[in-house]
Design a protein around this ligand. Structure first.
Ligand code: ZN
Length: 508
């Protein structure tokens, strides 16, 4: 089979989210774009660039044995964001801190524990306790956390000192014994499925030694679970990991870093034992949960790549047909949405091909639609709005924000960001240009993605606070609802009145 058009290619190495290099102008140079990406941010980015450049995009993805390949073409067929894209699950802070009931909860906790010790800022961990604002309550573990951080970050020589093992013992006892006892006394575990049983200090902690760490034993396998049912061996593992921290340890948890993964496996299983949570996880299964990963299957990826190449033929033929006939719409006519299935259909097909969807008329990305956003405009700051809504929910990279004709925020190359920084700490209701109130329409632009959006704001002072209310599984310090277009998100405060550090959330 011969290609209908001549093909040229050039290899470049870089991040597609780098708008200096990979922008609309860059994409415009090409006849089509093939995506081979592994994350939502990059996919949204390429979707928007290709729409802005009016260049067809051949998107593909796989999840285990399942996969798909489809074509996106501006105005003709649905874009990547015409449908809501699933975002990672978020767990309430109270579940993680006080009432864990599933292995995933203790793994999230262990990742927060990792952040507490290795993160650039300990205060970003959900387990961080601000000792100056505990209202007379004394943190059982923060002092030791600080000492361990010093040994791990500032003065590595301390790690090898004899006292370091004692420091780790102390930290383990504070987190798995003292803290549990304290919370039991405060009745904080009332909602727990089973009453936690604190570690027994002498028996489980002091006598645990690094050389007994399960993962350094000759017979050890990544699928072993028996070793993690023994408190003392979990503690031994933690000691071994922390006594051997080197510069390779990432600041944020990485499931593919051996030491980081061993730390999380040992820390979470120890908590599983305390809270009687089953099943105990092997490192292998803990890794799956920690990374929220479905193993990538090379064969599925190869099939998806093959389907993309078939789409290339169709797209190029369609472009040629459009040029020859002077009519558009050929991609919608010729290209298909291909699904890779695990089990064949009744007709025996392992791959199905259906017509591409039409664009969602409300899509704010490809149809300049609008979204509706409700929040308490007297407690949301501009900074939180920029980060939580424009960046995280709507994928803006360099937003410019206007109220009526008043610019309230500007960023990106050549912008006058410094002038607007004074607005960051202002509440939405107090912004210049009259502020944001019930019924205000906020206009947002992002020149790097050629994106414009109107956000219709509703001011809402009262939020559902009961368990079971809409989207109560989300943890938000400042609740909101975002609807319309393809974007939809909702959040409410967690029902537990427990003290929590500002602005934290977790994802599995
Ligand atoms: Zn769209």
């Amino acid at each position: 089979m011969a290609l209908p058009l001549a093909v040229d290619y050039e290899a470049l190495h870089g991040n597609v989210c780098d708008s200096g290099t990979f922008n609309v102008k860059f994409v415009q140079k090409y006849d089509l774009v093939l995506n081979a990406l592994d994350n939502l941010t990059a996919r949204r980015r390429m979707n928007r660039l290709c729409l802005a450049a009016s260049v067809p995009l051949i998107e593909a993805g796989t999840t285990g044995y399942l996969g798909q390949a489809n074509v996106i073409s501006k105005g003709e067929v649905a874009c990547y964001e015409c449908q809501t894209v699933e975002t990672p699950k978020v767990y309430p802070i109270c579940t993680i801190r006080a009432t864990p009931s599933r292995p995933v909860h203790t793994i999230v906790w262990a990742k927060e524990f990792y952040k507490l010790l290795f993160g650039v800022k300990a205060e970003e961990s959900m387990l961080f306790e601000d000792t100056s604002s505990l209202d007379g309550e004394v943190s059982t573990y923060m002092d030791t956390v600080r000492s361990v951080r010093v040994a791990l970050h500032d003065d590595k020589s301390k790690q090898t000192e004899a006292g370091f093992a004692d420091l780790i013992t102390k930290l383990v006892e504070e987190l798995y014994t003292d803290e549990i006892v304290k919370q039991l006394e405060l009745d904080r575990y009332k909602a727990a499925a089973k009453t936690p049983v604190p570690l027994v200090k002498e028996k489980h902690t002091k006598t645990a030694v690094a050389k007994d760490a399960p993962t350094i034993q000759e017979s050890y396998q990544a699928t072993d679970t028996a070793c993690w049912k023994d408190q003392k061996l979990c503690v031994a593992e933690l000691k071994h990991v922390l006594e051997n921290v080197d510069d390779s340890f990432p600041e944020s948890f990485d499931k593919d870093h051996d030491g980081a993964m061993r730390f999380v496996a040992a820390a979470s299983n120890l908590r599983n034992i305390v809270f009687s949570i089953e099943p105990i996880q092997s490192i292998y299964s803990a890794k799956g949960i920690a990374g929220n990963i479905i193993p990538a299957i090379a064969t599925t990826n190869a099939i998806a790549a093959g389907l993309q190449m078939m789409q290339v033929y169709q797209v190029l033929s369609s472009i040629k047909a459009s040029k020859d006939s002077g009519e558009g719409g050929k991609i919608a006519e010729n290209c298909r949405y291909c699904n890779i299935l695990r089990n064949p259909t009744r007709n025996g097909l392992a791959i199905t091909a259906v017509s591409l969807e039409k664009p969602n008329p409300n899509c704010f990305v490809c149809r300049q639609g609008s979204v509706h956003f409700a929040c308490d405009t007297t407690v949301w700051t501009l900074e939180h709005f920029l980060k939580r809504i424009l960046t995280q929910e709507l994928g803006f990279q360099e937003p410019n924000m206007l109220l009526d004709d008043t610019q309230v925020w500007e960023q990106g190359e050549g912008s006058d960001q410094a002038t607007y920084e004074v607005n960051l700490t202002k509440f939405l209701a107090n912004l210049p240009g009259g502020g944001i109130h019930n019924g205000t329409i906020v206009h947002v632009e992002d020149f790097t993605q050629d994106l414009e959006l109107s956000i219709h704001v509703s001011h809402e002072a009262n939020w559902p606070k009961k368990e079971g209310d809409e989207a109560s599984t989300r943890t938000e310090e400042f609740p909101f609802v975002l609807k319309g277009g393809s974007a939809a998100a909702a959040a409410s405060a967690s029902s537990n009145g427990e003290k929590k550090p500002a602005g934290t959330s977790s994802s599995s």
